[in-house]
Design a protein around this ligand. Structure first.
Ligand code: ADP
Ligand code: MG
Ligand code: MG
Length: 861
């Protein structure tokens, strides 16, 4: 028969799946000989069975009866004279999300006994009052407002009134059989697993919905028995900074819930020493024992009953990102854990958090709007509604748009941050901003953005061009005026500036990153298109450039060359346009090679469809119509308009782009390869890698490769030639493609789009929320790699590519290269490197190190 109930003496921390964190740790403390009130834990198995069938599993009632008897024997009192708490506690901590009921067992009959035993009648009635209130709320769903204190009632009068409220609301007497109270309370705690806030919390924290909660039945101890009693919470270290010391709050003459409820002012834990030195010393010694046992920061709930200390809860405590780094390295210094273990105590998301500037909200700034937290960090500037004006502005600006497009790039680069009223985490604004490490709030749908008049309105506020606003890309909030910003000391340190005042954190980050570098097998490169980005990437520890997008080199004033290329009616004109582009491109590459001298630079040949470089159809159509109205000859605009019509594609993502363009437009790829080769020849130590995008068949790659190799030979330069793997067919025929490729680089954005068959720009807003609700995926596959589907394509390509060519060098570029969960997968899949935006490089280094020291699929929550 299944065992549903464990005495604290039988349990242990290893049984957290069954006993929950609270139960497992209570058992653990009991085993350590710490003063834990006696009690037992009903397993998550029992909860799951109850939730499935709507009633207790067979045998549970008897088992509870047995354990209750044991408890009664130890206490020397029967339930009723013995009171218990009935406490929820799941495998993962869900603070305050589920229910706990105190003082279970009190009835009209037993309250007198409690009063006699303690010699404190007010106290006894106060306990009963709390029970009726908590039981009424949790077990019978009576609204909290029904139980309000009127001020001058005595505890006894208050209890009497609450008992009446209970009767009126439920039509029943408050249960006068202690065992009946206990059973109902257990059921209510089971049920609280599915309370609205618990469900919401689990979804947010990605805690599985089917675990269920355990229920702990614990003999009551009383902190509300006068001045020599009290209750408190404590941390073994400062959860905000990680510093060693005593941190906690204590409340005299109170029951546990009062501390959290914030009804009365607590006193600092240190002050307990003066009040009750004996309990204080014992608590300090217990905290040391717990740290030694858990080898980590612990948080604790305790109660003192008439000078006797009782431990009611402990767990490895939550902490800020900064504290995580400091604590991990302190524990190494104290000889408690080694550096490998320390690496597992921090993660990339925490490091990323430490790298963003943050708002100082201590002055009480109030948000006026909220949107999607698309790219973290804090930014302040004057609202500007036009990219060109943003680029020309002298003062810091926030670019505000309904949405952004590639033409807005100069303005986005110039702006401190970007705010849009439309689009989600994968909108153009979000993707570009994250790549640049720039704060972005998008999809703030409350904003009514009027580009014509240059202002937006929200909730009664009007913000006109030039008005200062503050946006927080970490929380998605928008503020009126200037909220003070604190730059990240960690980034300043990476960039080589002295960062005073936060040395313990800086030292901790450096130490763990250094260790990660030592342990990781995965190399980390950066995506960078300019010498400036490349230099920053190096400072942040990049070992090369994994993706240089050449299309950015065709924007701005260079557009005219592309227009000439597109409009060329003869081979001669086309060649002339390309010849004019050549020196510009060559110069870009020279700068890049110089910035990265000695490190590899992977350059992707042009990828997007050429019509993306032409002005938008509507704009041209209006221009042409106006000119014709005035009787003028639209000339060039007419030609462009015709070209836009001619080149229109229903599905540009699946159209004439990437390698297809190279095979169709004569001389285009050749010009780029020549520019790369000549630049490499000009910079000593340059290591060029030429990457062909969108290949689906080996023949495509062979055709490009032959021409490229001829040019390289002619100029006398050595360069690897490889391909992106981003079309599913390429992954599935990787064995053949590897014969023509020196390296593979997974373009996981396109591979995800084409693998799932949805276009990223369209689907996010349309149905991703629904898909997340339905559990079709737990996180957007554009944010974190879809291991089962897209990941399988990657594994096939790695295995078959390496089988055909053992020295094949394999990496990943695309946003997943900087995502902690995805990096773990890439390490497991045996890739050689990841490439991500410069700001993500330290995060990737850390995560790569972490995946090297922890086992596959290990739990890092
Ligand atoms: P949560 O998980 O929300 O913290 P708990 O189960 O820990 O809920 O209980 C809520 C409060 O009641 C805590 O402050 C706890 O210390 C206190 N408490 C729980 N059981 C007992 C007990 N047996 N005796 C005294 N106080 C208790
Ligand atoms: Mg608690
Ligand atoms: Mg791509």
């Amino acid at each position: 028969m299944t065992k549903y109930v464990y005495d604290f003496a039988e349990g242990s921390g290893k049984l957290n799946d069954l006993l929950g964190g609270k139960g497992g740790n209570l058992a653990e403390m009991a085993r350590l000989g710490l003063p834990v009130p006696p009690g037992f834990t009903i397993t998550t198995d029992a909860c799951r069975a109850y939730l499935r069938t709507g009633r207790e599993p067979y045998g549970l009632a008897d088992e509870i009866g047995l354990h209750l008897e044991r408890l009664e024997r130890r206490a020397g009192r029967r339930l009723g004279d013995l009171l218990v708490s009935v406490r929820s506690g799941a495998k993962y901590s869900m603070p305050g999300m589920m229910e706990t009921i105190l003082n279970v067992g009190l009835t009209d009959a037993t309250v007198a006994g409690l009063a006699a035993r303690t010699g404190d009648e007010r106290f006894a009635w106060d306990c009963y009052r709390r029970l009726v209130q908590m039981f009424g709320r949790t077990v019978r769903n009576i609204p909290a407002e029904a139980f309000e204190a009127a001020g001058d009632e005595s505890p006894r009068e208050l209890t009497m009134r609450y008992l009446r409220v209970f009767r009126e609301r439920t039509g029943e007497q408050f249960p006068q059989d202690p065992r009946e109270q206990l059973d109902q309370a257990v059921r209510a705690v089971f049920g609280s697993w599915n309370s609205e806030r618990a469900v919401l919390y689990r979804r947010q924290e990605r805690i599985p919905a089917d675990l269920g909660t355990a229920v702990n039945v614990v003999a009551m101890v009383f902190g509300n028995l006068g001045a020599d009693s009290g209750t408190g919470v404590a941390f073994t270290r400062d959860p905000a900074t990680g510093e060693r010391g005593v941190y906690g709050d204590y409340l005299a003459n109170a029951q546990g819930e009062d501390v959290v409820a914030g009804i009365r002012n607590t006193m600092p834990l240190q002050d307990l020493e003066a009040r009750d030195k004996h309990s204080y010393d014992e608590l300090m010694s217990i905290m040391a024992t717990l740290e030694e046992h858990y080898k980590d920061l612990c948080d604790i709930e305790f109660t003192i009953e008439r000078g006797k200390l009782w431990m009611l809860q402990t767990r490895v405590g939550k902490r800020t990102a900064a504290a995580a780094f400091v604590i991990a390295t302190h524990l190494v210094d104290e000889g408690v854990i080694d550096l490998d273990e320390a690496l597992t105590r921090v993660n990339g998301a925490q490091l990323a958090q430490l790298m963003f500037p943050a708002f100082d909200l201590s002055h009480g700034a109030r948000p006026i709007a909220a949107g999607v937290a698309a790219s973290p960090g804090a930014a302040v500037g004057a609202a500007v509604f036009d990219a060109r004006r943003a680029a020309d502005a002298d003062a810091p600006v926030i670019l505000v748009r309904q949405e952004t497009n590639p033409d807005d790039l100069p303005g986005m680069i110039a702006a401190q941050g970007i705010l849009t009223s439309r689009g989600g985490k994968t909108s153009h604004a979000a993707v570009v901003a994250r790549g640049m490490g720039k704060p972005c709030v998008c999809g703030a749908s409350g904003l009514d953005v009027d580009l014509r008049t240059g202002r937006f309105t929200v909730d009664g506020h009007v913000v006109s061009e030039g008005d200062v606003i503050s946006i927080d890309g970490t929380s998605g909030r928008v503020y009126l005026g200037e909220v003070p910003v604190q730059p990240s000391p960690v980034v300043r340190h990476f960039e080589g500036e002295p960062a005073p005042g936060s040395d313990p954190l800086i030292r901790a980050v450096d130490r763990l990153l250094t260790h990660a570098d030592k342990r990781r097998r995965l190399a980390v490169r950066a995506n960078a298109d300019t010498a400036e980005d490349a230099a920053r990437a190096r400072r942040l520890g990049a070992q090369g450039i994994g993706l240089c997008r050449t299309e950015h080199m065709f924007l701005g004033e260079r557009r005219v060359f592309v227009e000439r290329l597109i409009l060329a009616r003869s081979a001669a004109r086309r060649d002339a346009a390309l010849a004019d582009l050549l020196p510009l491109q060559r110069n870009d590459f020279v700068e890049l090679f110089r910035a990265m001298a000695g490190l590899p630079v992977t350059i992707r040949l042009i990828d997007p469809p050429l019509h993306e470089f032409l002005p938008p159809l509507e704009e041209l159509a209006v221009k042409v119509a106006r000119a014709e109205e005035r009787g003028e000859n639209p000339g060039h605009d007419r030609e462009l308009l015709d070209a836009v019509h001619r080149m229109h594609e229903e599905n540009p993502m699946l159209g004439l782009r990437g390698v297809r363009l190279g095979l169709v437009v004569p001389g285009l790829f050749a010009m780029q390869v020549r520019a790369i080769a000549e630049a490499a020849a000009a910079v000593p130590g340059a290591r060029a890698e030429i990457m062909v995008p969108l290949v689906g068949a080996v023949q495509e790659l062979e055709a490009v490769r032959d021409e490229a190799q001829r040019l390289l030979d002619e100029i006398g330069v050595d360069a690897r030639i490889g391909t992106m793997i981003e079309v599913p067919r390429a992954a599935l025929t990787a064995g053949e493609i590897a014969r023509a490729a020196d390296f593979f680089s997974f373009g996981t954005n396109d591979l995800t789009q084409m693998g799932w068959g949805f276009s990223r720009d369209d689907v996010e807003g349309a149905f991703f929320t629904r898909y997340l609700d339905l559990g079709i995926f737990g996180v957007s596959p554009f944010e974190s790699i879809d291991r089962d589907g897209v990941g399988r394509l990657i594994r096939i390509a790695v295995d078959e590519g390496r089988a055909a060519r053992p020295d094949l060098h394999i990496g990943v570029c695309g946003e997943h290269g900087g995502d902690p969960a995805s990096i773990r997968f890439f390490a497991e899949a045996g890739l050689d490197y990841v490439s991500c935006s410069p700001f993500r490089v330290p995060v990737a280094r850390l995560e790569a190190g972490r995946s090297a020291v922890t086992a596959e699929g290990s739990d890092t929550r």
